[in-house]
Design a protein around this ligand. Sequence first.
Ligand code: NCD
Ligand code: ZN
Ligand code: ZN
Length: 358
Amino acid sequence: MPLIKIHGMIDPHTHLRDLDWSHKATFASETKAAIAGGFWAVFDMPNTAPSTIDQDRLSDKLKRIDRDAHCDWGLYFGASQADNTAEYEKIARQVCGLKIYNNSTTGDLLINSSAMRERHYRAWTPNRLIAVHAEEETVRNILDLVRKYRQPTHFLHISSEYEINLLTQAKQDGLPVTVGVCPHHLILSEDDLPTLGAYGLMKPELKRKSDQRALWRAIRLGIVDIIESDHAPHAIAEKESDAPPYGVPGLETTLPLMLQAAKDGKLSLQKACDMLSLNVQRIWRIAPFPKTYALVDTDETYVIERENLMTKCGWSPFEGMRVRGKVREVWIRGTKVYDGENVLSPAGFGRNLFGYVA
Ligand code: NCD
Ligand code: ZN
Ligand code: ZN
């Protein structure tokens, strides 16, 4: 049985929901899903209800996730349209980064004025990075701010050839930028929309096959730094409604999809693992704790089925696909937290990787 050991897998782009959206998912349910997916830690986005845009809400969320998380974690602070930059020094010591939403998506955190974007870039502290939702032409606007303020910036869920070209140039120019790509943009395309319907809706939307090829090429060339799931669970009833929300879950499918891609010769096994662990650790500047790893059987293949998922939303856009790599065990800080079937760590086991909870 070819077991591989992956040290400290982190998914730095997840929407764990909870708080007023606990009908979609909870800190408990989704940190369990993370562990089942092989992850040590997950970073949660601020477009919750309520959104994480001031110290009180951040404190409240820190307490709740600290009480409920089964794996280690970090939280993003959200840049707000109503200027919330005053406490950035203090805020930065509690979070994994600042998130700026520059195009519309789930939640109400959109910042579309360039003056306001600039205000956040000027005020943020450079010892924690800025993660941006920026699509197409907006990538160019954000790059102008990176050039001016030199704040390390991670471009989330990059999905098109145009965006890849801009970021390739930015890297050649020596700007402090990193790039994340999601499995759904690598494996699904707009051709899958008729079959998937609302279950294939997410931001950025599924693109052309030519965009997909550009993403794979950029992975091989080292332009893409990491794979992130953008785990964004929504209830089945919401996806079946007349106005389905954008977002798809991914915590339990990311690793096996990438291992299957490695088997198919799309990238090396080493690179697939590094893009889910080492490269994420480098970008967020965290060293994994000793004895923190996943043991994965890369020979075992299986079909993705909703019955076998732990995420509270109970569906996946990848259902029916054959993938590779069964997570046999997960260990965090010397404790076995997953035995291949059940999550063994209790709620509250997980720690904040960025500061402590008072
Ligand atoms: C995300 C969500 O539902 O919170 N949706 C999505 O389609 N990706 C928000 C986001 O990442 O833009
Ligand atoms: Zn986004
Ligand atoms: Zn997201």
